[in-house]
Design a protein around this ligand. Structure first.
Ligand code: NDP
Length: 324
């Protein structure tokens, strides 16, 4: 049996169905992978609820690791038996085996376990582009990073520390703040207890931060803009609390010639060579010990609904994987 998690309609975690899905031979540019683990990401929740619509029915899951079982024509960077990991479109990684495009599948260095591989590709390459490819950020700059104890968050805390960037994190509890601090955040604000805007002003002597990285969206967006220095850069890259309402760009001028961008990982890794370069930068940080991939939770694939509920209800910290 090849277990695969699909949705037939958008909605709650009860819409996730584990079915037996036929497995084929790979076509041109494709590989067949036997998974060892898959990653759980907040984007999977957006896809399940329909915030990021998919054609239905659709399999879910954007990340995994495993072993190459078969290779189609025109794939030169992989061979049968390779250990690999990936973050990739289209969704469909919540399964035992799948046939998928090879372009975003990267060989996994022997020093990195399958579980780490499944936990780090999507969140880690996101951090790589946020800090390295979105706006110039140098040692000594200050970044405000929301949800700093989450999957992307704990990698971001460590990445910032490794580059001598001051990271002010926010998180939803004192325990989560402690975790962010232990992983390299310079400060962490419990934004359920404190007004983060005021705290950021205090921590920066009223100056504000150079860059905000905001994946929480609706509940933080306005406050985030108010935390920026004049000419500062707002990177809005997610909507865990809900989508940002329509926004008047004129506010950017009024608040001090601010800049704003809304990037996605999949634009960055659309080109195979760039994807491999980003993965290599991440692998280097992990193998050198500068970044530890913290797997806060593991769920068997069959408990996929529970895994979604935990992520959505803010119960998780660090990365979450599904074991096969
Ligand atoms: P996380 O592990 O960070 O989980 C999301 C966190 O968001 C929660 O743990 C919670 O932390 C915080 N949060 C704040 N408000 C809410 C709310 N109302 N409901 C639920 N959670 C809330 O997830 P990921 O690491 O997978 O992803 C982090 C974010 O980054 C997501 O928004 C995701 O979509 C985005 N992302 C964007 C990418 C891109 O390229 N654009 C790529 C990868 C991820 P707390 O309790 O501390 O507030």
């Amino acid at each position: 049996m090849n277990r695969t998690v699909i949705i037939n309609e958008f909605g709650g975690s009860n819409k996730l169905k584990v079915v037996d899905y036929p497995i084929n031979e790979p076509g041109i540019g494709e590989i067949r992978i036997s998974h060892k683990a898959c990653g759980l990401n907040f984007i999977d929740v957006y896809q399940r609820t329909g915030l990021y619509p998919l054609d239905l029915p659709h399999a879910l899951g954007m990340e995994g690791s495993g072993i190459i079982e078969a290779i189609g024509d025109n794939v030169s960077h992989l061979k049968v038996g390779d250990r690999v990991a990936y973050a990739s479109m289209p969704p469909g990684s919540y399964c035992d085996k799948r046939v998928m495009p090879a372009a975003q599948v990267c060989p996994l260095p022997d020093e990195i376990s399958f579980e780490q591989g499944a936990a780090m590709m999507l969140q880690g390459m996101t951090v790589e582009y946020l800090f390295g490819r979105t706006t110039p950020i140098k040692a000594g700059d200050t970044v405000l990073f929301h949800a700093a104890a989450g999957g992307v968050g704990l990698i971001a805390c460590q990445w910032a520390k490794s580059e001598n960037i001051t990271l002010i994190g926010t998180a939803g509890s004192d325990e989560k703040c402690k975790l962010a601090l232990e992983n390299g955040a310079t400060h962490c604000i419990n934004y359920n207890k404190n007004n983060f805007e005021e705290k950021v002003k205090d921590l920066t002597n009223g100056v504000g931060v150079d860059v905000v990285m905001d994946s929480v969206g609706q509940s933080t967006f306005e406050g985030s803009l108010n935390c920026l220095k004049p000419l500062g850069m707002m990177i809005t890259f997610g909507n865990a609390s809900g989508p940002i309402p329509p926004f008047n760009l004129g506010q950017l001028g009024a608040k001090g010639s601010l800049k704003i961008t809304r990037p996605t990982l999949f634009t960055h890794i659309g080109n195979h060579d760039v994807c491999q370069e980003m993965a290599n930068n991440l692998f280097t940080k992990v193998i050198s010990g500068q970044i530890k991939i913290i797997i806060g939770q593991k769920f068997p694939l069959s408990d996929i609904a529970l895994a979604h509920d935990s992520l959505e209800s803010r119960m998780t910290t660090g990365s979450t994987i599904l074991t096969i």
